[in-house]
Design a protein around this ligand. Structure first.
Ligand SMILES: Cc1ncc(COP(=O)(O)O)c(C=O)c1O
Length: 509
């Protein structure tokens, strides 16, 4: 029987919902209810376990070290087999986001850059000054792209930053930095952060990890941050505001200028999360697309995150966190002087880090250059616009807001369940992102979708998926019931339990 653990709840201010969640937590403790729920979970987990371990039948499972080391070529052969089984879907453009470039020439170039530096560790900057050079230049090039020269003069406008392992780490670092800054500079010991509810889950995570109260404000009807609502949510203990450029769910840029003005007036931090758009929006603007101000050119923006491992086309495992001043960045650094292991200092959460990934990131930026990013963005946004127009033309669907290349769409027809459309697309090999509040689906267009015929295939498949769903309502399997369940308040605790069990399953052999 699967056991249910009650997890300490995050300090979340989210009107009207916490009472029902609490009741659910209590209900789980009543033996009869608990047993019924556990039995249901067990059934669901059986299905999930099969999906997590598709190779279990055909390949050996290692729960112990092999007695003798295996032949290296045999190991590589096994890995190539897995790669072969997994690569087609993203290579052929069936996946939203995930692999942003993926051309063989580019990836093998990144692999070579990694291989040259695979033994390096930026923790030892004395041993590998090459990697320190790469990281400093990654930060400088990213800052330059994101308005550093327009930030103003003086040490308070000297944009700087650090390389992290990904968007989530960049965001966690920025939020920890604000927490420590607010404590040191303002004496705030019960901090809160005010975010639009569409800000990435990494902000929710930061709040939980760093004990910052999360005040999430539901976005307006246009799916963008509600500035007035966020203003109302602030108080003396607010340490920062957050806006996205664009936000993951609907691909829309929040009103950063207004948020930054508010933050500046109230003397709090303002983080623009450009993990998704940092390497697209500057070039889209240059191409003449309407891109609202979002970077350090906006007074009041005090930090940003931009992911090199997405549209920077680096290998997975790097991102950049930027600050308007070195004084602010100081609150990110970690130093310890009384550890028996010696004097120790590190810029991010990790200690040792993979210098090879920074090398590959630097190599990607060098190989792309301004022209390369401009050209890639042109292809991506043109494809995004084609897809957006195509979706708008499909009866029963509607595009949310005015997106450039991350296009989200919802059902515009009574009785048409968008999650069943998502499932129908899954049966046609597509791997799209299911979203909720409101129920919708998105496609983040990458260079994979700019290949000939991919956008057309997507639209044809989507049209068929909608027609199929309309003709066979209620047929949805897969994610449809999970999203349906998550949308009903009492079931949210159950979905959370299921997700934790899924994480267990990932490591269960
Ligand atoms: C807007 C935004 N912020 C943050 C992240 C988190 O990035 P990562 O998955 O690299 O941690 C994402 C990921 O898609 C994102 O879209």
């Amino acid at each position: 029987m699967v056991s249910i653990t009650a997890k300490a709840k995050q300090r979340v201010v989210d009107t009207g919902e916490s009472l029902v969640s609490t009741l659910f937590e209590y209900a789980k403790k009543v033996p009869f209810v608990r047993d019924r729920i556990a039995a249901e979970y067990e059934k669901m987990m059986k299905d999930i376990a099969g999906q997590v371990r598709p190779y279990a039948a055909d390949y050996p499972t290692y729960t112990e070290l092999p007695e003798q080391g295996r032949d290296r070529e045999a190991i590589l052969e096994e890995m190539r087999n897995f790669h072969g089984l997994e690569a087609d879907r993203w290579k052929d453009g069936y996946v939203s986001g995930a692999v942003y470039h993926g051309d063989r020439e580019h990836t093998s170039f990144l692999d070579q850059a990694y291989a040259i530096h695979s033994q390096t560790n930026p923790l030892h900057s004395d041993l590998w000054p090459s990697v320190t050079k790469y990281e400093a230049e990654i930060v400088a090039m990213t800052a330059d792209m994101l308005g550093a020269k327009k930030a103003g003069s003086g040490p308070e406008n000297e944009v700087c930053g650090a390389v992290s392992s990904g968007g989530t780490e960049s965001i966690l670092l920025a939020m920890k930095t604000y927490r420590d800054w607010a404590k040191a500079e303002k004496g705030i010991t019960s901090p809160n952060m005010v975010i639009p509810n569409t800000a990435h889950a990494a902000f929710y995570k930061a709040a939980e990890f760093f004990d910052i109260q999360l005040r999430k404000v539901t976005v307006g009807a246009d799916c963008r941050a509600d500035v007035k609502g966020m203003k109302r949510a602030m108080d003396r203990n607010t340490i920062c505001l957050v806006g996205s450029a664009p936000a993951f769910p609907h691909g829309l840029v929040d009103p950063i200028e207004e948020l930054a003005e508010l933050a500046q007036k109230r003397k709090v931090g303002m983080h623009t999360d450009a993990c998704l758009g940092g390497f697209v929006l500057p070039w889209a603007r240059e191409l003449g697309y309407p891109v609202p101000p979002f970077d350090f050119a906006v007074p009041g923006v005090t930090s940003m995150s931009a992911d090199t491992h997405k549209y920077g086309y680096a290998a997975k495992g790097t991102s950049v966190v930027l600050y308007r001043s070195k004084a602010l960045r100081r609150h990110q650094w970690y130093t310890v002087t009384d550890w028996p292991g010696g004097i120790y200092f590190s810029p991010t959460f990790a200690g040792s880090r993979p210098g090879g990934l920074s090398a590959a990131c630097w190599a990607s930026m060098q190989a792309m250059g301004r022209e390369g990013y401009l050209d890639a963005t042109k292809r991506i946004v043109e494809t995004g616009q084609k897809i957006r127009r195509g979706i708008d033309a499909i009866l029963g669907l509607k595009v949310l807001g005015d997106p450039l290349w991350v296009v989200s769409f919802a059902s515009g027809e009574e009785g048409l369940n968008i999650y069943e459309v998502l499932d129908a697309m899954g049966k046609k090999h597509w791997n799209l992102n299911g979203l909720h509040r409101p129920p919708c689906v998105h496609l983040a267009v990458t260079l994979r979708h700019t290949k000939e015929g991919v956008a057309e295939r997507f639209l044809d498949d989507l049209r068929e998926a909608v027609e199929h769903t309309r003709a066979n309502p209620g047929e949805g399997s897969g994610m449809a019931p999970i999203y349906g369940l998550a949308g009903t308040i009492p079931a949210r605790g159950a979905v959370s339990d299921l997700l934790e069990m899924y994480l267990d399953a990932v490591y269960d052999l």
